[in-house]
Design a protein around this ligand. Structure first.
Ligand code: IMP
Length: 189
């Protein structure tokens, strides 16, 4: 098994990454370091800068992700500010902002990046289109899961087990893209 260190403070993500990458031969270990939260317009920029920070700290074979919820009616808010907005407004605050709105379209995006000794740097982005419902449902998962129903389902992410969430989620999609990119890079190098 190849070892890769996931930079995160979120144990739910560690679980999701282990679940997604284990069948492909990766042992995901936890690297509990922080990188500076930068002000940026895109998730890709955040991931790139964070990889630079962690490499500068002396780590290698690292993987990290940054995600966000982009709501059409709110012009993409909270987007790259999802983390801050979740800890300040929370799901109740988002539901209030959406009160009375007919346009409930939203998408989760997840950008995954790695810096590996053998393949260098890779950055990919996956998304999960769906909608914001009227009130929170479900107790599984984390973050905005209880208020988001992905296309192709009637249930929120918080009402799904990991397998089901992984099949539809931004992180699941980004992980599949990441693994494809990684294996084609390995074939070429
Ligand atoms: P992060 O920066 O990738 O940790 O994510 C930014 C914010 O989006 C955090 O507050 C998370 O709660 C939220 N978020 C990220 N991924 C998910 C998810 O899969 N479900 C629900 N919320 C998420």
């Amino acid at each position: 098994m190849k070892e890769v260190a996931l930079v995160t403070s979120n144990m739910h993500k560690l679980k999701e990454f282990r679940h997604g990458l284990a069948p492909l031969g990766y042992d995901v270990v936890h690297l509990p370091v922080d990188c500076d939260e930068i002000q940026a317009d895109t998730l890709e920029e955040v991931v790139d800068r964070c990889l630079d920070d962690v490499v500068e700290m002396g780590h290698s074979n690292i993987i990290l992700d940054d995600s966000g919820l982009f709501i059409d009616r709110l012009n993409g808010f909270p987007g790259v500010y999802s983390s801050y907005v979740f800890s300040t407004l929370g799901n109740e605050g988002i539901l209030k902002l959406m009160d009375g709105s007919d346009d409930r379209r939203a998408r989760f995006e997840c950008c995954i990046g790695c810096q590996m000794d053998d393949v260098g740097r890779l950055v990919v982005k996956g998304s999960s289109p769906g909608r914001i419902i009227g009130e929170a449902r479900g107790r599984l998962g984390f973050g905005y899961d209880p208020i988001f129903v992905p296309d192709g389902s009637e249930r929120t992410f918080a009402e799904m087990g990991l397998d089901e969430k992984n099949a539809l989620s931004h992180r699941g999609n980004a992980m599949r893209l990441f693994v494809n990119a990684l294996s084609s890079k390995m074939k070429v190098d």
